[in-house]
Design a protein around this ligand. Sequence first.
Ligand code: C5P
Length: 241
Amino acid sequence: MLEADARERIMVALDCDRERALELGDLLSGRARWVKIGMTLFYAEGPAIVRAFKERGFKVFLDLKFHDIPHQVKGAARSAALTGADLLTVHGLGAGDMLAAACEGAREAAEATGSERARVIAITVLTSMNAEALASIGVTDDIACEAQRLATLARERGVDGVVCSPQEAHAMRELLGEDALVVTPGVRPAGAALGDQSRVATPASAIAQGASHLVIGRPITGANDPVEAFEAIVSELVQTA
Ligand code: C5P
């Protein structure tokens, strides 16, 4: 893989406070292309934190996992996209009309600003859920089957891809086709600490499985030298993916 492509594939998860997030932004500016801002940081800091990263030249994956009635989700996606975020998430479990509403909200924001439409990807089954948890809410199909059903529904309603574990990336790529975004967390460079992730893959193997983008947090943000850690992952992808 070319170096520029490798940089484009890594999304650095900023699960920290504003001060540390901006510090990491300064360190990784010009090297990393994407940051992921989740609920903890966004609910504390609001749209300003997205704009701060856009101003520093990053693309922003704003991971707020919408799940509400379609009208509300459309408004949420519109508002989220108006912050300048490039990628948004919505729960597949909200079903077809809600998924379509998220895409519509992103489209409205693009029309209002004349900028490119934020992409929308679906959460299928949270990796924190097991078969027992699914059964407790009345889903008796196995996890892979449920994830594939939700991914198919999302694709049919205009969603641009999915978030899934590296283990599911191959099946999702087959199901959704070449153009879909397949974004995988649970990525650990060889030898890195697992933290609370259990189903992990190395960056190169996640890409080989069909991932388009890798969400990587603590192996970069918790490293003594985040720049060195980030560049080591870029090198791994350049050499082996
Ligand atoms: O630090 P780490 O690399 O484990 O960060 C992974 C990021 O991906 C975190 O922001 C986490 O919330 C997110 N994530 C995950 N597993 C999922 C979905 C999202 O770890 N299934």
